[in-house]
Design a protein. Sequence first.
Length: 73
Amino acid sequence: MTTHLIATVVSGVFKPDQPLPLPELTRVRLTVEPVVETAESAQAWEGFKSWIGQNPLHGMGRRLTRDELHERD
């Protein structure tokens, strides 16, 4: 079973943000990757939401008929 989680290091010990679905004393293999939360990623998300607002996908073109959607021989 593979589980991805977010944890905080406190005095050199990993403290998971959520309880783990593992029994006590289970040995695990860890791959550590720092979570980088920057203002730059928040700014990119806001820019993307703004772009979507300016370029909506509204589908206001001609609607296909049932026969056009379902080709029949």
